[in-house]
Design a protein around this ligand. Structure first.
Ligand code: FAD
Length: 514
């Protein structure tokens, strides 16, 4: 298993406190912290923990200004930390300002809201009333005025400026400002409806709405699917030239110079390519498995399941399907408790004109702008999604079959070991609850999005392919909606319909666009 502490795991966006890290994490930090003190036996804490995880995901972009932490006071070794903070009841929340010294115990947030929106607003209030110095990464959250904007435009050369027009009591502007905190070449400010000069200068009639402002006479309204935080933030983060801090700025064109011998090939970003899936099969079966010269025990169970699922559901070209069938037949006939990879490989490589598995890797939609980006893991995800969709389409009877097979494959063979640990954590949490084939497709989709959220901004992220919550509004408008509270929500039926189309064999492209 992975690193787990009480109610939270390493895969959540919550800093898990221990006696060993508490000083380094909390004190004299350049960001403020919101700390949950809980006891893993406390029912209220268990009930509250999904909210805390949701909030952590929701404000993960704000981390350099404010982050969430948690500590399990029921763990014997953590007791001293909880005593030092004077914690007597659970769950307790403390707000610890940036640059707090190690004798501070933070502000006790009694009667805190129990919903994500309320907590998020509370955090904004705390940041706004933060004593000086505030977190250096926290941008100005206060309203702006015509005068300020005019002097800003004079001094900033070509930097994108987005103005969020909103009602006086709205939090949307501040949320978007914080969502863009880690992005370069963009400044976001909020303008209240009562700021008449700017409102009339731009002729604003909708609150909220966002404008990209260049000069007095040169401004445009930001086109979005819905007038709400999630859509504004996504649209601004995707503006040409806007990049995460520390990431090289991609050229604003479809042409990407790859630092490999192979030439970059343009492709259709809205489609799945068979070439990626076949390359994933080749790599998995001929490279990844090859590092296990003898396969037995759990690994053999994993391999048998994997090949059987591929034989059943891989929607390949006829010769590829034939090859998978013959390998599966061969594997079923092996009766010993172990097999040698070399024998498996011989079975795999027995080819004829109507039965073969290509022996090359040719990434298309999984091309990376550099050699160490994307490629295999990208195609593994696509393969997994394809298999869950295909199991649904072909009327499989067992909703667990594909997911558990993926789980065993990842656990026994997937070369990225930290990935395997994280995936296993997520599987342990909820995979067993999947009770229909539709839910299986959606389970993998939502876990993949959790991984995307965790990896957004990491070194492994290809700057040309930023990790987004997928499918984004421009790819599937119907997948996105708003709750009455204004929170973004997924329309799961639409997401399912989208995935069934996107990952369906009939919809695959078989070669490059050009
Ligand atoms: P990927 O995330 O690989 O996605 C590939 C394609 O799938 C996208 O281009 C998009 O078309 C589509 N897609 C994106 N999101 C979804 C979704 N929610 N549902 C359906 N389709 C979607 N890397 C780490 O650094 N740490 C990890 O812990 C980690 N765990 C992983 C676990 C597994 C099981 C796998 C297969 C990979 C893991 N990786 C991990 C690798 C990482 O997730 C990416 O695969 C890699 O960084 C390449 O990213 P990418 O931009 O090509 O997009």
């Amino acid at each position: 298993g992975g690193v787990r502490a009480g109610l939270y795991s390493e895969s959540d966006q919550v800093a898990i406190l221990t006696p060993d890290n508490v000083d380094a994490v909390l004190f004299n930090s350049a960001s403020a912290a919101l700390i949950e003190f809980y006891a893993s036996w406390c029912g209220h804490c268990v009930a509250f923990s999904p909210m805390w995880k949701k909030l952590a995901l929701d404000i993960k972009e704000w981390k350099s200004a404010v982050y969430l932490a948690a500590i399990d006071c029921a763990t014997e070794s953590n007791r001293a930390v909880c005593v030092r903070f004077g914690i007597t009841g659970y769950p307790s929340l403390r707000f610890l300002p940036a640059f707090s010294s190690n004798d501070s115990t933070g502000e006790d947030l009694r009667g805190f809201p129990r919903d994500v929106t309320g907590l998020r607003h509370l955090i904004i209030d705390k940041l706004e009333s933060h004593k000086l110095p505030g977190p250096p990464a926290c941008p100005p959250l206060e309203k702006t005025s015509a005068r300020e904007i005019d002097s800003y435009v004079e001094s900033s050369r070509g930097q994108n400026l987005a103005l969020v027009f909103e009602e006086d009591d709205s939090y949307v502007g501040r949320e978007v400002i914080l969502d863009l905190l880690q992005y370069e070449n963009i400044t976001v400010r909020r303008v209240l409806r009562s700021e008449e000069e700017l409102v009339s200068r731009l002729g604003v009639t909708d609150f909220p709405s966002v404008y990209l402002y260049k000069t007095h006479t040169n401004f445009t309204r930001l086109p979005v699917l819905r007038e709400a935080r999630a859509f504004y933030s996504y649209a601004l983060q995707s503006l040409p030239g806007v990049v995460r801090e520390g990431k090289p700025r991609p050229e604003v064109s479809d042409f990407i110079r790859k630092e490999t011998e192979e030439q970059w090939r343009p492709f259709n970003k809205t489609r799945v390519y068979m070439s990626d899936l076949e390359s994933a099969l080749h790599y998995s079966l001929r490279v990844e498995l090859a590092s296990h010269s003898v396969i037995s025990g759990e690994a053999l169970i994993a391999l048998r399941g994997y090949i059987s699922v591929l034989d059943k559901y891989f929607p390949g070209r006829p010769p590829v399907k034939n090859a998978l069938k013959s390998v599966n037949d061969w594997l079923q006939k092996q009766e010993g408790t172990s097999i040698n990879y070399s024998n498996f490989r011989d079975a795999l490589d027995t080819m004829s004109t109507d039965s073969y598995l290509p022996k090359t890797v040719r990434w298309v939609a999984c091309q990376g702008s550099k050699q160490h980006y994307r490629g295999y893991p990208c195609a593994v995800w696509m393969l997994f999604h394809t298999l869950t969709v295909q199991a649904l389409e072909t009327g499989s009877k067992d909703p667990q079959e594909v997911l558990q097979t993926m789980r065993r494959y990842v656990s026994s063979f997937f070369g990225c070991r930290p990935c395997a640990v994280h995936f296993e954590n997520m599987a342990q949490e909820s995979m067993d609850n999947v009770n229909s084939l539709r839910v299986a497709v959606l389970w993998l989709w939502s876990r993949h999005n959790r991984v995307n959220a965790r990896l957004a901004g990491e070194l492994s992220e290809d700057p040309h392919f930023p990790k987004v919550q997928w499918p984004p509004p421009d790819l599937c408008p119907a997948c996105h909606s708003l709750k009455p509270s204004g929170e973004h929500t997924w329309v799961q039926d639409e997401v399912l319909a989208f995935l069934r189309n996107y990952y369906s064999a009939q919809h695959f492209l078989h070669d490059f666009l050009s």
